[in-house]
Design a protein around this ligand. Sequence first.
Ligand SMILES: Cc1ncc(COP(=O)(O)O)c(C=O)c1O
Length: 440
Amino acid sequence: MPTQQHQREIDRYVASTPKSREALAEAAKYLPGGSTRGAQYFPPYPFIAERGEGLYMYDIDGNRYLDYVINATSLILGHAHPRVVKAIQDKANFGTAFSVPTEDQARLANMLCDRIPSLERVRFTNSGTEGTLMAIRAARAFTGRHKIAKFEGAYHGAHEYVQVSVSPKADKLDPNGTTAIPEYDALPPSVLEDVIVLPYNDLATSERLIRENKDDLSCVVMEAISSSFGYLPAEREFLQGIRDITEELGMLLIFDEVQSLRVAPGGAQELLGVTPDLTAMGKIIGGGTPVGAFGGREDVMALYDPTENGPTLAHAGTFNGNPLTMAAGCVVMEELTPEVYERMSDLGDTLRGKMRAVFDELDVPAQVTGIASLFGIHFTSEEITDHRSTLTGDRALNQALFTGLLNEGVLLGGALSAISEEEHVDTLVDATRRVIQRVR
Ligand SMILES: Cc1ncc(COP(=O)(O)O)c(C=O)c1O
């Protein structure tokens, strides 16, 4: 139940979005809940987007929102960037899908391999989900071992083997340690047997669990900057420790950089100085069109090479590396010079600093996490280190802030873009101050 103050914010939002409410009710006759992606929903109901331009989204009721979600951090150049739009339009004139390679595939692959330390070879997919799936499959085939290890609280996409301990509620957690918890009741028990769940930022326990399973473990898959914990970078020693133990035991280290690639030209692996064997990617590299990718060591990626005696591992995907995605992705990579990353990171520091100052000023216990162009807000006085510490946060206050910010014309997420300026940061910070004063 929302508090009275939060309910007032909900009522105000409802009053300003009648067309969205009606359209969503109509859509719900055909789409479960009226949308086609769980993450598109938020209570009481999401507004319906009419268009996006730069940092702003406009809904069908004519409201404008400063967009800090930018489609799950993917629109690093903002909405409808003129160069991206033109590249897509130009390409579409020449055909939108081919059963043979194009030059643009190699061009984007080249740019990614030049920037990202672990990347010697890369393959494109249509989603980050497929990126982690194919990377994990490569690790299994390469090592001849079938188990995988992942961290409690980590999301790596929608496929079965990573639908384990993604966002377990407090009452499901074993106080004695991390266990494999299914995301839905009928997840096959065989999957749970083959997924080892590790505690983030706890090297000693992680190392023990990895050693206990060393004969069967093909890989450790992880985010070096954890999205679910508010873009929390892993502690340096912990990350290096995981690199060392995986190397020692002949298992592959897979970084899921679907979100974190945006922190530096070479992603989190460059920024934090630890190189994995394989990397899964997505989001920014498609310039706002559907995309994913995976890549890494040449000897591992050779499993997918169809020349000579045919591939060891099949890799299909009707729209993999399609011309529109490749063209849009190339524009993004060209726009993202090292100076642009630096500017985004500086602005991220400014944002985190100003948000912390507001919460201090209002005497609200809060942790502002994040790094570079990413940020997260947790209403708790406890330091955020892992999934369990995130559960100490006051989620109701987070939700009230989210709704209140909608009424201030801000869609709260956790990402800056290359076109963000300090004035946009100030809009968020000032609106946050007003909302907290109204809802707490
Ligand atoms: C860290 C991480 N990995 C994987 C994925 C899956 O990517 P996609 O939604 O493109 O399948 C996401 C998506 O949000 C993600 O944040």
